[in-house]
Design a protein. Sequence first.
Length: 117
Amino acid sequence: MAVRRARTSISPLTVELPGGVRALAVFGSPEEARAFLEREPGTWRLRETTSAEIVSFLFDPRAGVRRVVLDPLPDAAAGCLNSLLGIGRESFARRYLRMEATPHTAFERAAPPLPPV
């Protein structure tokens, strides 16, 4: 996650979607985040976050976040595509917390079992 530190708080990176909807930018890897931040003005820092911290950002009324975009595209013109890549904050929180509660990755749960050798 990319954040900007203010004197008394931390602000997460958000992107604007069509209609003025704010979405929390969540990245799958540091490389994806760095590629995005190369085109984003400002002093952003990358940091690993906990599931509790992400959920608190999602539901903080001061942030005004209504959606989550995974690995958003950096250009302002990409707003429509980022909107398609996004998910509502409630759906994201449910899925994310469910994944955190299980010891398996999403890939392991979705992959069919291997045949016996």
